[in-house]
Design a binder for this molecule. Structure first.
Ligand code: DQA
Length: 149
């Protein structure tokens, strides 16, 4: 059932390794640290979060299906699937709620293959390059989209 106060934050592959994974690109904070940031930002706006991470493409699609039924808004950092997964893109396209696409790094300032996102055409807003703080921005953007829908 839809929960008007619930923002789902869905994280994709390799984001479970934040803290040790290329910290010069993704920062020193762990996904747990980032979850705490997102939780605090959501509470400040009167929202709760569901915060999940999956390495598998199908698991992310499943999470998006659940979010379709339950979430007021979705924040998604699909990791590398962003760049080529039409399955994830189709699931995002199906959502009727605000969707914030998020990346820790500036995907436009890196390798060429990262410049394309198959998700962006279906997102309400796209945020990248703000590091862990981006999760706070994404929650604020989701809340804003909900309040100004
Ligand atoms: C990322 C950027 C992607 O290109 C990369 O594959 C990731 C993380 C980011 O948050 O900057 O896994 O989505």
């Amino acid at each position: 059932m839809k929960d008007a106060k619930k923002i789902w934050i869905i994280n994709g592959p390799n984001l479970d390794m934040l803290g040790v994974r290329e910290p010069h690109i993704y920062g020193a904070e762990t996904l747990q640290d980032i979850k705490a940031r997102a939780e605090k930002a959501a509470k400040a706006q009167g929202y709760d979060i569901v915060f999940v991470q999956y390495n598998g493409e199908g698991e992310i699609v499943d999470a998006l299906h659940k979010a379709y039924a339950e979430a007021a808004a979705v924040v998604i950092n699909a990791g590398a699937y962003t760049h080529y997964s039409y399955a994830v893109a189709d699931a995002v396209k199906m959502l009727t709620c605000p969707v914030i696409e998020l990346h820790l790094s500036n995907i436009f300032a890196r390798e060429n293959f990262r410049r394309e996102s198959v998700i962006s055409p279906h997102a309400t807003a796209v945020l990248c390059g703000a590091g862990a703080y981006g999760y706070e921005l994404a929650v604020a953007a989701a809340a804003h989209a909900l309040q100004h829908a």
